[in-house]
Structures are given as structure tokens and as C-alpha cells.
Design a binder for this molecule. Structure first.
Ligand code: ATP
Ligand code: MG
Length: 190
């Protein structure tokens, strides 16, 4: 059977090369935010500084809000999407909140203080028309070379996919809610 592992590159020059990557986790399948949190967990293990800015507030309390506190100041989890929920009544205000959230993302990116930055659900708010993809691309171009940035959410724009170094599309093969009407489970969904 063929090994699924790609052979690691042992060229010392290649191994030394460091680059701040742009990662996109998109698609309709579950796992985008949790994949980003997995990267955060890995990076925190190296003492790296991580921040996750959430553009959309979910309906319940997520376990990661408690976990983040356990890393002290190394892991900032900021919920900016206070007003932007799925059943919004005030689109103008939501648009403003989204743009405030983006201003914070930009500030954190330009500060150069974070080795990993996660902009959770940013693809969704761009697709929704609340944030201009050109603005985001401009910000990403200005970022310091060293930091990694992860953009999550469905319907990632082609411009961002083109710019990214890594793009993973989550494909829904089976989902407990869709297939069996099993509700969201603690530790798995929230
Ligand atoms: P997760 O946060 O679990 O990694 P996600 O970030 O990929 O999920 P979102 O689009 O942010 O997915 O959706 C958030 C919520 O919707 C999660 O609670 C998740 O369990 C649920 N969900 C995600 N994908 C599906 C799906 N294909 N069908 C039904 N519910 C889904
Ligand atoms: Mg998500």
C-alpha cells in the first residue's frame, strides 16, 4: 500500500526557510474553526503568541473561551461580532461592527506581536458583503513577513484563495445533525 506521507524535504537550506503563511479553511463541511484552534494549540506549545478574532457570535458558550484563559496572555480570544448574529435586525450597525473587527485584525497584524492570528468567519462576512475583500487583501499584503494568518469561513473569495499559501476545503461527507438530527454536542460543536 502506498504511504500517505509525503517524504520530508531534508535539504538544510529548505529546512531553514521561514515564512509567515496565509491559510484559508473554507467549505461547507464541519471543521474550519476547530482546525484553526488546533493550529493555535500547536503554536502555543512553542510559546508563540496567538489571537483569534471572531467576526460572528454563536448562540452558546464555546469551550475554547475557557481554554484560552488557561494560556494566560498568550492566547487572546476576542469576540467582536456581538451585534452580528444570524438573525440580525440592523444591517448597518452590523456592518459597522464587522469593520471595527477588521480594524482590530489589521492592528494586530501590523503590530508584529503575534505569531499566529486567526480571523474566524471572516470569509463569511466578506461573502455577505459586510467587508470588502480588497481591504483584506491590502491588509494581508502589509503584514510583517513572519506572522501566520488563518482565515476561516464558508465561501472564501477567489482573490483570497489565490493569495493564500494553504487552502483546505472541508467537504461534508456526513454530519450528525444533517443525517440523524443529532443536536450540537458539548466538546465537539461548542
Ligand atoms: P467547527 O466550529 O465545529 O469547526 P465550522 O467552523 O467548520 O465548525 P461553521 O460554518 O462555523 O463551521 O458552523 C458553525 C456551527 O455549525 C458548528 O456548531 C458546526 O457543528 C455546525 N456545522 C458545521 N458544518 C455543518 C454542516 N455541514 N451541517 C450542519 N451543521 C454544521
Ligand atoms: Mg466556524
Amino acid at each position: 500500500m502506498k504511504s500517505p506521507q509525503t517524504k520530508p524535504n531534508r535539504d538544510p537550506e529548505v529546512l531553514k526557510k521561514k515564512k509567515g503563511l496565509i491559510l484559508v479553511y473554507t467549505g461547507d463541511g464541519k471543521g474550519k474553526t476547530t482546525a484553526a484552534l488546533g493550529v493555535a494549540f500547536r503554536a502555543l506549545g512553542w510559546g508563540m503568541k496567538v489571537a483569534m478574532i471572531q467576526f460572528i457570535k454563536g448562540n452558546w458558550k464555546y469551550g475554547e473561551m475557557n481554554s484560552a484563559k488557561q494560556f494566560g496572555g498568550h492566547f487572546e480570544l476576542i469576540q467582536k461580532g456581538e451585534g452580528f448574529t444570524w438573525d440580525t435586525q440592523n444591517p448597518e450597525r452590523d456592518k459597522q461592527l464587522v469593520n471595527e473587527a477588521w480594524a482590530l485584525c489589521r492592528e494586530k497584524m501590523l503590530s508584529g506581536q503575534y505569531q499566529v492570528l486567526i480571523f474566524d468567519e471572516i470569509n463569511y462576512v466578506i461573502d455577505y458583503g459586510y467587508l470588502d475583500v480588497k481591504e483584506v487583501i491590502k491588509g494581508l499584503r502589509e503584514k510583517p513577513e513572519s506572522g501566520h494568518v488563518i482565515l476561516t469561513g464558508r465561501n472564501a473569495k477567489k482573490e483570497l484563495i489565490d493569495m493564500a499559501d494553504l487552502v483546505t476545503e472541508m467537504v461534508e461527507t456526513k454530519h450528525p445533525f444533517k443525517d440523524q438530527k443529532i443536536p450540537a454536542q458539548k466538546g465537539i460543536d461548542f
